[in-house]
Design a protein around this ligand. Structure first.
Ligand SMILES: [Zn+2]
Ligand SMILES: [Zn+2]
Length: 1022
């Protein structure tokens, strides 16, 4: 028995089990550590990982981003780049609070306070620790190589101090302001939301609200009233004014009701007036029966923004319950009534509404208006309405005092900084510009518990103290330092400081910070910006102690690693993490924190729906690992165009498995024949040399082209292009090179084995970053196991260096393959099987393939190939979906000319008709051959196959059929590829034996070919 250089492979790979095995081997052999060691001191590739919110297990959504990050880090590692590999967790904020509230069965802030803020903070930290462990486990299973254990946790005191320093800088520059304004408010969470929080997906949901038309009686015009429209009845008790459009026309109905004429054009009016004439009218408010309303003088005000699309053209204004209303109150000096408290319940001066929520109050308000004859009409109205992104409660507007960072002076600087960033896809950079142009001040305060404590200490003397570091806090503290376990609530609240203006004791405001402050500071806090001395484990402070061993580097390190060469997150992060990082970086350094960004769109299920736990279409990462395997998931993620939504699922996974099987089968083919002759490759002489056949030379060049094309795609951060190149390469490898070379492998030809081995090895190296498990598994078999001097892991071999490919040769063979495909389709159309030899093939319009006539004849099973005109009748029709939009009215003329045969054929598959030149994709071409010929054409190439058969051709077809049948029988009988047989065929095949016996014998490895009396074909091992 020959020496088995390579391990024989099973017929199909078991992805999950080979992946577990590779993971275990990487761990045991310390492959990742060895890779990092090898690259240490090399050129720097700085990647900064956006923090994952630590409140969940690994979801297939998160695995998408993690895969892309891993793919490009692995690629850069193959190219010798030194990298940090620091993973990060987002550990504070409402996501985590709301999860813990849910776990404890709480539904209000009061319950949290009764439970105790210190216990609550500990519970939240426990949730983070649990989630971090889950995310580590899932990410490792995905194949993500990170410096696990050196992660950054945003609740670290170090991170908090860095945000403080940022806030102090903002204050020193005069950008920190206290805003008193109307804001979107979640009554359950008891806090306002920022503009970027509202921009997250899922915030706007379709909702059915009451639709009320309400009459406001006009005071000085007896029997007349203004009619307004509202979908938020709870705001009516806060009404102070009614707005009209000054230049619109208003009309009075017979009932005395005033409405805009444009909205009710078909009604009869008793009087018509411009809106400007209504301005100043006084009216009695809808809830003057309650004290706050009774104290207001309600009047009509002008407002150019009044819409005439819906409603009545008269708008109810409640400055305490709406953003625009609040702005109008400043212009017209209107009183501001704020009817509900933090939890969205009516204050006690609202009488019978006291204590009701805005939802509970609705029925009472509608009923009361009806009883008093003020309701004109009450129905319902469906519209998109904002909901809290954390708890799904419908939002309301409330006046709140929030801490804001003014963007007035920063906007242009941020736009300039963004102009230095290369965005992929490009449109995402434009989205960022749009956002920067339109964003309002950054609302950084939240009235919550578990979050970054804002270091603001406003003193009664009017001075605002802002603390910028722990040292400063300790220096100015008046007590409470002994109990300061972490720089967080509730401990920090017990440390009063002395006011720097008047010396009096001051307490911290109770608000915590927007979670995006925590994440935005990461490029500074983890890299040691302005830190004088390197502190071992200096990041493992406060709540992060014991969770990580991350150091706090020094400023020189920051200089080296900032800005990031590359960051990658989903598109939503434009207004979130990308934005907060850019904001903070522009404040601190005046420049962008990243050079290149890869964004990507959303993940949906296979049918294009959002995935939701409650819809039953959610895929857990664990399930996906078990049912498809990490490599298949990674392929699915990588193949996705970043500008399109990814439809993730198991059907797509099955298709990908099929594609990977092609690679697997090519390797299996190689291993089978290489083992027969004990072929042993050489790692040091990787590229085949010596006398290569043209086909071998072509595969070497084709491989060079694949490496170069993939390299360009990786450099552009386009994994989908790498996959596209890989699929094309695999097709050329298996459907051309291997198909065309089978006989040489049967003979154990060393050049063929060397060439195929080279191609497979290079392919593994190129796609290793995408599918690290399968490639590593095959590498260990094909390379490390066979060559003593080869690297143990594909990741310890550098990126392949290859010469520039011979593109002319490649184009030539691409032409040959195109001709073959065309001829196959002509055969298929004519219903002639491939095993039936034919006399002649005529080829027209494929320059460069002439020297390959023999190959084409052999591949297509024809006796003769001729280059010349293909006689045929050509029918050309417009490709309407393409040509229609392009030509518009002219389409008719072109269509008529084509139908009448009045067209001219141009080179390259183009046509001219009715004075227009038509591209190949703009027309549908049909060719009918002469009698007895099968014809096909595409892209300017035409082929014709002669269909006529004679006895000799028929007999040869029988011989080929026999060869195929016998080879199937050999396989079924479990014979080795090298086993010789004795073949017996029935008398009826005597003519075949007579004429093609030798050929049959050699193709089926028969040492003897007998003719039996009758019956079936039989084989016997010789
Ligand atoms: Zn909420
Ligand atoms: Zn003071």
């Amino acid at each position: 028995m020959a020496e088995q250089v390579f391990q024989p492979l099973p017929t199909v790979p078991d992805h999950p089990s080979l992946e577990e095995e590779v993971l275990e081997w990487w761990e045991r052999e310390g492959i990742f550590d060895r890779l990092r060691e090898r690259n240490r001191g090399g050129p720097i590739f700085s990647f900064i990982d956006g923090p994952v919110t630590a409140n969940k297990t690994l979801a297939v959504h998160t695995a998408w981003g993690r895969t892309l990050k891993d793919v490009f880090q692995r690629y850069k590692a193959l190219r010798g780049f030194d990298q940090r590999y620091q993973n990060g967790f987002d550990c504070q904020g409402l996501w985590i609070e709301v999860g813990v509230e849910h776990e404890l069965g709480f539904n209000s802030k009061r319950e949290i306070e009764e439970y105790g803020l210190d216990k609550f903070a500990r519970k939240c930290r426990d949730a983070v620790v649990w989630s971090a462990e889950e995310l580590w486990k899932g990410s490792k299973r995905l194949g993500m190589w990170m410096d696990w254990g050196n992660d950054y946790f945003t609740f670290s005191d170090t991170n908090i101090e860095y945000v403080w320093r940022f806030l102090k800088t903002v204050h020193e520059r005069g950008w920190l302001v206290m805003g008193h304004r109307s804001t979107e408010w979640c009554p359950r969470c008891g806090t306002s939301l920022s503009q970027h929080e509202l921009s997250q997906s899922g915030v706007y949901q379709e909702r059915l609200d009451p639709s009320l038309f309400v009459r406001f009686p006009v005071l000085d015009r007896h029997g007349e009233s203004l009619v307004i429209w509202t979908t938020t009845p709870w705001t009516l008790p806060a009404n102070v004014a009614a707005a009209v459009k000054p230049d619109a026309e208003y009309g009075r109905r017979a009932s005395g009701e005033w409405v805009a004429v444009a909205l009710y054009p078909d009604e009869d009016y008793e009087e018509r007036l411009p809106g400007s004439a209504l301005v100043g009218w006084r009216y009695s408010g809808p809830f003057d029966t309650l004290p706050p309303g009774a104290a207001v003088e309600h009047r009509v005000i002008p407002w150019d923004e009044v819409t005439l699309d819906q409603g009545t053209g008269i708008v109810h204004i409640a400055p305490g319950c709406g953003g625009e209303d609040f702005e109008l109150s400043k212009v017209h000096d209107l009183p501001v009534l704020m009817p509900v408290d933090e939890s969205g319940r009516f204050y006690d001066d609202y009488g019978w509404l006291h204590g009701l929520s805005t939802v509970e109050a609705t029925d009472q308000i509608v009923g009361n208006l009806g009883e008093r004859g003020l309701l004109v009409q009450a129905t319902t109205y469906a519209h998109p309405y904002p909901h809290c992104w954390r708890c799904d409660t419908p939002l309301i507007f409330r006046i709140a005092d929030d801490w804001l960072i003014s963007v007035r002076d920063l906007r242009q600087q941020m736009l300039d900084a963004n102009a230095t960033v290369a965005w992929t896809p490009e449109y995402m950079g434009k989205r960022m510009d749009d956002w920067l142009r339109n964003m309002g001040d950054w609302n950084i305060s939240r009235r919550r518990y578990y979050g970054l404590p804002l270091p603001f200490y406003p003193c009664a003397c009017g001075h605002l103290n802002v603390i910028g570091s722990r040292a400063e806090l300790e220096e100015r503290a008046l007590g409470g330092l002994d109990q300061l376990e972490e720089l967080r609530r509730p401990w920090i609240d017990r440390v009063p400081i002395g006011c720097e203006a008047c010396g009096e004791p001051v307490e911290r405001v109770l608000e915590v910070g927007d979670v995006w402050l925590d994440a935005g500071i990461v490029p500074f806090s983890t890299l040691g910006w302005q830190n004088p001395e390197w502190v071992p484990q200096g990041y493992a402070t406060g709540a992060a102690r014991g969770l990580t061993t991350a150091d706090l580097p020094d400023h020189a390190y920051w200089e080296q690693w900032f800005p990031a060469d590359w960051v990658s997150e989903m598109r939503e992060q434009i207004r979130l993490w990308f934005y907060s990082q850019l904001f903070m970086s522009v404040v601190l350094t005046g420049r962008a924190p990243f050079r290149q960004v890869l964004g990507y769109e959303k993940m949906l299920d296979e049918t294009g729906r959002e995935m939701h736990g409650s819809w039953g279409n959610m895929i857990e990462a664990e399930d996906a690992f078990a049912r498809m395997g990490a490599d298949v998931m990674r392929w699915q993620y990588c193949a996705q165009l970043p500008s399109q939504n990814l439809l993730f699922g198991f059907h797509a996974a099955d298709q990908i498995k099929g594609k990977l099987l092609r690679l697997w089968n090519s390797v299996t083919f190689f291993v089978s024949y290489a083992n027969i002759v004990s072929f042993r490759p050489s790692w040091t002489e990787l590229e085949p040399g010596g006398e290569l056949r043209p086909l071998d030379r072509w595969l070497v060049e084709r491989t060079h082209a694949f490496v170069k094309d993939a390299e360009a795609s990786y450099e552009a951060f386009l994994a989908n292009d790498v996959i596209r190149h890989f699929e094309a390469y695999l097709d050329d490898l298996s459907n051309w090179y291997i198909r065309r070379s089978r006989r040489r492998f049967w003979n154990g030809e060393p050049e063929a084995l060397e060439t195929l081995w080279y191609a497979l090895v290079q392919a593994l190296r190129v796609v290793a970053p995408l599918m690290p498990f399968l490639t590593e598994h095959l590498w260990r078999n094909l390379v490390a196991g066979a060559c003593a001097d080869a690297p143990a892991s594909v990741f310890l071999a550098p990126w392949p260096e290859v010469a520039d490919p011979d593109r002319a040769l490649l184009a030539e063979i691409a032409g040959v393959r195109a001709v073959v495909e065309l001829a196959r389709s002509a055969r298929g159309e004519a219903g002639i099987k491939n095993r039936q030899p034919l006399r002649k093939l005529v080829i027209e319009g494929a320059p460069g393939v002439e020297s390959h006539a023999d190959e084409i004849a052999d591949e297509l099973n024809v006796k003769e190939v001729e280059f010349g005109p293909v006689e045929s009748e050509l029918r050309v029709k417009p490709n309407l979906p393409v040509l229609g939009p392009k030509l518009g009215k002219e389409l008719g003329a072109v269509r008529a000319a084509l139908a009448a045969g009045e067209f001219e054929e141009l080179p390259g598959g183009r046509f001219r008709a009715a004075g227009r030149e038509l591209e190949p994709d703009e027309v549908l071409v049909e060719r009918t051959g002469r009698e007895g010929w099968a014809v096909a054409s595409a892209d300017g190439v035409a082929v014709a196959l002669e269909k006529r058969l004679d006895d000799e051709l028929r007999l040869e077809a029988d011989a080929l059929d026999l060869i195929r049948t016998v080879n199937v029988m050999r396989k079924d009988a479990g014979l080795e590829l090298t086993d010789r047989i004795v073949l017996t065929v029935p008398e009826s095949l005597a003519a075949v034996v007579d004429q093609f016996g030798d050929r049959v014998k050699s193709e089926v490895l028969a040492v003897e070919l007998r003719t039996g009396r009758a019956g079936d074909i039989s084989i016997e091992k010789a």
